[in-house]
Each structure stands twice: as C-alpha cells, then as structure tokens.
Design a protein. Structure first.
Length: 294
C-alpha cells in the first residue's frame, strides 16, 4: 500500500543522493493540468521561480518542484530538471518554444558534509529521470541526505533530519506531503512526543545557530480541484504543522517553504483538505526523523 505523496495519481518523485558528501536533491514531477502555489515563512529562504507562484501571477501551472541541498549553489540543479523536461516536450507554451517551470528551494547542508560537493544540473537531471510513482522512501535520501535538526541547543545536540512522506484522506480526495527536515529546532510528533530530546518549551538559541542556516521544505499535493487562492489556504495549514512539530520553527535562521499543487480532478471541501494537509505534513516530518535516526 502506498501511503506517500506518490499515491496521488500523476505525481512522481525522484532522488539523487551522495551519502559520503551528505547532500542530494529531490524532484517532484507533476501531471498537467495543475495549479501551484507556495509560501515562505522562514527568515532565510533560498528559492528559484518563487515569485510566479504568488497570487495574481499569470502562469499557475508548473512542471516540477525541486528540493535540494547545497544552499544557494544547489539551485543550479534546477537547470538540469528544466533541460530534461524540455527534452521531454514539457513546459509553458510561449508560442515559440515550451519553457519548463521548475520552482526550487534549498536547504543548508554544507556542514557537516563536504561543502565543495553540491547538486548541479547533472544531478538534477538524474533525480528527474529517476522519478517514479513508487512509494517514497523515508530517511537520509535525496534532498534529505545531509539534513540535520535540533541545532538551536548547540552542535552537540544535532541529529539527522532526513526526508519523509505521508498521505491523508480528505473526503473523496487525498492530500500527500513530502518533507525535507533540516530545522534549527527540535522535532516533535503531532501528539507532542519529543523525537530529538528537546523540551516542549524552547529557550535562548545557542551561538552556534548564528553561524548556520536551516530550512524545512514541504511539497503538498492533492487530487482535488482548487483555485490558487483555495490552495494557498491548504499550504498555510501545512505551515501550521511545522509550527507544531518543529520547536522553534519559522525563525530568522530557517528558510521554511511549503509548495502546493492541485492536480485534480476530484472535489473536496477546502477546510477538509487543509486539515488533511496539516496531518500529512506532521506525519511526513515524523517519518523523516524516525527513519533517519533508526
């Protein structure tokens, strides 16, 4: 049974991983038509093609999302995804050529891994070519390969973060989430269990945090038909799960970003979908950390 985001018909996920250098990238390939959006709530996001996902922009359909390590260097991996999509004849029809739209966001994994090894165009294309509808494997894979958590209390408390995915029903539709967990904060389950040893109440951050950048990245996918405005409400509820499960979250040291995609054709109440996104995000975060620490 597939209880991950790839259970949503048409959504495929592929990875490129380098365990030795502790970095990687993940591509979430979308079917068409779709409507996509995104919201950043962390104070240090690293993104590409982010502005066109905001309300009022003309292009609402994208071909894929890229989640990647390598900090700002890793955004180059999107070039490879764009190149591969173009070769497959996919992209926004400009009347001259199809231009693939691949919004991307990065995590800072240059420490403790090898800072000279970062995903680039070839690695992005490899992740795209590896995309499948098989259940998403959780743990230190893809963009989660070098992800770490629990850094706000100091270097000695740092733990592996990783990548996880989960699915929740929402009436006649479903909502899936994939999360790359590289938070500065400690990680908790939806029920409040500490997965990284931190206390429920946070205190002053360690000076170590001042030198680091951190990010949790999420992609929400649903097979319900939504407008961009409606989808944005689902994305906001996903961000709420970050606030519950990551303590602290959305700090000025984090680049927390949630992407959302509606791929249709089912119908469901927006509030029902939003609550499903909340739970799916929380379970994806939990799976990432449990699998990485196990």
């Amino acid at each position: 049974m597939n209880d991950t985001i790839t259970a949503i018909e048409g959504i495929r996920v592929g990875h490129w991983s380098d365990p030795r250098a502790a970095t990687g990238c993940t591509v979430v390939v979308l079917p068409e038509p779709n409507v996509s959006t995104a919201e950043a709530r962390g104070g240090a996001p690293g993104t590409r093609e982010f502005a066109l996902l905001q309300p009022g922009m003309r292009v609402e359909q994208v071909q894929a999302f890229l989640l990647t390590g390598g900090s700002a260097f890793g955004l180059a991996a999107a070039d490879g995804v764009v190149r591969a999509l173009a070769a497959d004849g996919r992209g926004h029809d400009t009347g001259v050529v199809r231009v693939p739209i691949v919004p991307a966001a990065v995590i800072f994994d240059l420490f403790p891994g090898d800072p000279e090894v970062r995903p680039g165009p070839s690695e992005g294309e490899e992740a795209y070519r590896a995309a499948s509808s098989e259940p998403v494997v959780s743990g230190l894979v893809g963009a989660g390969t070098g992800a770490t958590v629990a850094k706000w209390r100091g270097f000695e408390h740092m733990r592996p973060g990783g990548l996880g995915s989960a699915l929740r029903d929402a009436g006649s539709a479903s909502v899936g989430a994939i999360a790359v967990v590289n938070a500065v904060g400690d990680v908790f389950t939806l029920e409040g269990e500490s997965l990284t040893g931190g206390h429920h109440e946070t205190g002053p951050p360690s000076l170590f945090v001042e030198a680091m950048s951190n990010t949790t990245l999420v992609v929400i996918g649903t097979d319900a038909v939504l407008s961009r405005s409606e989808l944005s409400r689902v994305v906001i509820r996903s961000h709420d799960a970050l606030a519950v499960c990551l303590r602290p979250a959305h700090t000025r040291f984090d680049g927390d970003v949630v992407f959302g995609a509606s791929v249709g054709p089912k119908t469901a109440d927006v509030e029902t979908l939003a609550e499903a996104a909340f739970v799916a995000t929380a379970r994806a975060i939990e799976r990432a950390v449990r699998a990485s620490s196990g």
